[in-house]
Design a protein around this ligand. Structure first.
Ligand SMILES: NC(=O)c1ccc[n+]([C@@H]2O[C@H](COP(=O)([O-])OP(=O)(O)OC[C@H]3O[C@@H](n4cnc5c(N)ncnc54)[C@H](OP(=O)(O)O)[C@@H]3O)[C@@H](O)[C@H]2O)c1
Length: 281
């Protein structure tokens, strides 16, 4: 079986390596495919233009592209035009994959005043970029009955150390008003992509990908400071959390038999810090 990863960046590559480890052929499409690791066949492709031939035996397609910048135009090109072009290329080449999975974001839910959200919750994006993402989701579901949406919360992991860097450089601020934040380790996100694409016989149309424990940002920052042997960050007014105040439920994903390697930020950031030798400063 061939797995096509359209937009094969950090997350797509980690998922691709996991598909390859299961013995699948993995083809990674991106505009600069030069640095893809062994195990993934890189193909130069721009989802915004004419696409290369789709491998005839493509059984799974993962859409994991990202916008190059945080503008509506870039989002529209990456997600809406990109998805539409990809579906056109599948039709053009007569390829009917068993699964098409789009990596989306819990940002589509907007702000729910700190309440729990799940797959049935009202989609009410507050940011224009999230509205465009939801437009791409709707486009995909309307054209492909086999499609699955995986709405991820904030991804962290190797090389994705924004909060750690803020604590280290004394730029972190404990928010005066508690707001919920939700996250998933990059490796769990990649594992969820593979699990939903290969191990769930009758998947739902949509899953939330977020770890077991929504957390207040202040608790995460305090944890990181303690792990780094640094004093707690100062309290103060902070910029509003992107994506809105809500708690993301992963119950549906877990009901499919998915186990998180990093169930909370504590295990996940612990692993990231070990990986970069933070405890051995
Ligand atoms: N960051 C978060 O916390 C977060 C949260 C929720 C969901 N997500 C979603 O997770 C997904 C993947 O994120 P990521 O971290 O893996 O992003 P990433 O590392 O930036 O990977 C995205 C890849 O898409 C490729 N790409 C962009 N435009 C393209 C185009 N026109 N044609 C072909 N390839 C294109 C880029 O490669 P080239 O530049 O070489 O083309 C890049 O390698 C995204 O859909 C993002 O919205 C992220």
């Amino acid at each position: 079986m061939t797995v096509l990863i359209a937009g094969c960046g950090d997350l797509g590559t980690e998922a691709g390596l996991r598909f390859a480890a299961q013995g699948h052929r993995v083809v990674g499409w991106r505009r600069s495919p030069g640095n893809l690791p062994p195990g993934i066949e890189g193909v130069r492709a721009d989802l915004d233009t004419e696409l290369p031939p789709v491998p005839a035996d493509t059984d799974v397609v993962v859409i994991a592209t990202a916008a190059s910048e945080r503008t509506e135009d870039a989002y529209r090109r990456a997600y809406v035009s990109g998805t539409s072009n990809l579906l056109d290329a599948l039709a053009r080449d007569g390829v009917r994959p068993r699964r098409i999975l789009m990596v989306s974001s819990t940002a589509v839910y907007g702000d729910h005043g700190g309440a729990w959200v799940d797959e049935e919750s009202l989609v009410d994006p507050t940011e224009p970029t999230a509205r465009i993402l939801h437009e791409a989701e709707t486009l995909l579901l309307s054209r492909e009955s086999s499609a699955i949406l995986l709405r991820l919360s904030g991804i962290y992991g190797p090389g994705r150390t924004r909060l750690i860097d803020q604590v280290r450089t004394n730029k972190a601020v404990l928010p005066a008003t508690p707001r919920w934040t939700n996250r998933i380790h990059r490796d769990d996100a990649a594992a969820a992509i593979v699990h939903l694409s290969t191990a769930v016989p009758s998947p739902s149309r949509c899953y939330l990908g977020s770890d077991n424990e929504p957390a207040h940002l202040a608790d995460v920052l305090r944890f990181l400071a303690a792990e780094l042997g640094l004093p707690n960050p100062a309290s103060g007014a902070s910029a509003p959390t992107r994506g809105g105040d809500k708690r993301c439920s992963n119950a549906l994903l877990r009901s499919t038999g998915f186990d998180f390697a990093y169930p909370t930020f504590r295990e996940g950031y612990g692993a990231v810090l070990s990986g970069i030798g933070a405890r051995h400063r």
